[in-house]
Design a protein around this ligand. Sequence first.
Ligand SMILES: C[S@@+](CC[C@H](N)C(=O)[O-])C[C@H]1O[C@@H](n2cnc3c(N)ncnc32)[C@H](O)[C@@H]1O
Length: 289
Amino acid sequence: MDYTTTANIYSQKLEEAEFKLIQDFMLNNLGVKLSPIKIVMVNSRLIKRLKASGIHNFPDYVSFALSSEGKRSGEQQCMIDELTTHKTEFFRESDHFDILKDMILPEFSSNKRGTFKIWSAGCSTGEEPYTMAMLMNEFKFNHNGFDYHINASDVSTAVIDKAVKGLFKQQTMKDVDPQIIKKYFTKIKDERDEVFQINKTLRDRINFSRINLVDYYSFPNESFDVIFCRNTLIYFDEKSKREVVAKLISKIKIGGYFFVGLSETVSQYSKAIKQISPSAYKKIGLTNE
Ligand SMILES: C[S@@+](CC[C@H](N)C(=O)[O-])C[C@H]1O[C@@H](n2cnc3c(N)ncnc32)[C@H](O)[C@@H]1O
């Protein structure tokens, strides 16, 4: 691609009409609400797709990406990958991990209830489920007979692909305890940067998959001791939030726990949960009206 073409792509402007089509798509398919001010963000994030797809203007790009051909070709998924927000970090909102470690795991293990099952729904690049894995591995080491399984899912295949590899740049690791790094990561040099890979024993503990939380999904015969759905519902419209919360709660065992992000509350959506700490809930087993 020559310089003139590249410069031309970067000067493309997303008009209201195309933005509206994208807003409707994201709302109807992912439950994600893009407010009008997000037009600037969408414009800048999709410019790279104009370049990558070879469709160098927004009207043609949007109409292709939203079409069934765009879906088949994978461009629709690339657009979703760009328009979802993936900010995350290891041990994020660490109070929740303290509750898991100090209250939930000891409670579970003293009741000897088989394999502990946990789900990170909206797991982004994997920092959240890998934090769970490190924490549970420590617990397993000190508690004979304890075993666990982690499911992790996201609607973005780009972040799932990254998470499966378990590769993290040094910058991402800056707040992680050096002892933890030493124990659970292997330093790998890539050409430009230092990269750490989470050890295979922990990678093998996690089952990563693409799940759109507003779509039909099922884990056959699965119910969870704990579900984390943190900093994901904040992007949803009210109706999707209500439906997704109800569905997630239905997947939690009675007496199990549900965590959302620290800026989120969900008690208004269900009588089946009781708040035990900020943004942390216990399923108490009433029906979910
Ligand atoms: C900000 S990240 C949160 C990551 C992690 N839970 C945390 O708190 O650090 C939100 C994630 O939700 C995902 N997401 C957005 N809409 C979704 C949907 N409809 N179904 C499943 N995941 C979705 C995004 O792709 C993104 O990776």
